[in-house]
Design a protein around this ligand. Sequence first.
Ligand code: GLN
Length: 483
Amino acid sequence: MFNDSLKQLSERLANRAISSVELTTEFLRRIGKLNPQYNAFITVNEEKSLAQARRADQKIAAGEIGPLTGIPIAQKDIFCAKGWLTTCGSKMLSNFVSPYDADVIERFNQAGAINIGKTNMDEFAMGSSNETSYFGPVRNPWDAVAVPGGSSGGSACAVAARMAPAATGTDTGGSIRQPAALCGISGIKPTYGTVSRYGMIAFASSLDQGGPMAKSAEDLALMLNVMTGFDERDSTSLQREKEDYARDLSRPLSGLRIGLPREYFAKGMSSDVEKAIEQALDEYRRLGAETVEVSLPNSSLSIPVYYVLAPAEASSNLSRFDGVRYGYRAQVFQDLAEMYRNTRAEGFGAEVKRRILIGTYVLSHGYYDAYYIKAQKLRRLIAQDFKNAFKQCDVIMGPTTPAVAFDLGEKSSDPIQMYLSDIYTSAANLAGLPGMSIPVGFGDKMRPVGLHIIGDYFSEARMLNIAHQYQLITDWHQRAPNL
Ligand code: GLN
């Protein structure tokens, strides 16, 4: 049952083979067994989850069953959920019980899904290993000495370890795709503006985008069908017609043109990752696709540009955490200024402080033109590279990460090495394009490898189709660690 797809679970619920209360109880039990070691969840609330499950069972009994009704979903602790502790992985919000639901949470509630718990994450989604969480690191279920990736490492671990059938994540520079790759699951960051950011705690607002993490592309499609849609409470939410992301799943791939960026295959990828990627590309050729070489000449700029723009936006977004309205407040202070200083000094971790300092610096008078404006111009060129590439191909493929999961502690004292984990993923955020990762095998030490697929704007249904066709002829996505 823990390996079932969302569709299979929904069928079991529909034909009353299992109730939502039973299903939820099974997953809560598994969390109880595995979470002490893996630390994928910050908050589990049996009472709340089971109350939702009882309501779902009533709906099912009344014949009101949708694709996710009664199904437990793990929610990244960046999404505000009414009555739930919502920490964003930070001491700053370690006492914050949200008074309202994020748009994403509302949509899952309306769909009758069960919130099975709030997943661990890097503090304010800043990180690539989950080691910046105030609540301690998450471990990789394939190898407990390895990181699960970040910042949505708790969600990736929860799905890979079968503690939840599916989860939500957010991706500012790679935080859905990178942990999905390192934990051997599937994840998609949709086109910017597709999933509402309302109630999703802000990191870098022009890059942040929510999305699903699940075992397969088919499951991702069902999740996206629930998560997406216009929301007037998010000024960058796109007003588009609702689409069915599963509509193209069974389309054959003959004639598909896959672009392989010269820059991604030139150097930087480790040989075990390269081997798995080449094998996956061979499968695609067997499925009738052809590969063409394309160029993204500004690829090497995406990390430097990202690490100017993301901290700039973060420094502004995080100014709201001042100890006045909500969240942590220092105990000891003489006056207001000292209260602000002590609260922020005590409430934020080292990586968050580093980003605030960098962001404040690049936005300050005298440096703004040299860094922030320059980065904005380069961001445009990076987006233009993709526009040019998509004249020659339908999708772009490459590795999601340059190497398989690294060990806990291996990069935590070297921020630059950590930042390079997102070398292939951050460009999609800068351009606003959809990107996904699917498991395509194992590299060194039997740690998972992810294939990265970048599509043109709004091509999610096609990307899911491309991933699904591969998953029909391979079984990497069905592999689970033996726990
Ligand atoms: N690893 C990147 C960072 O630390 C991306 C994080 C994210 O996508 N939220 O900023």
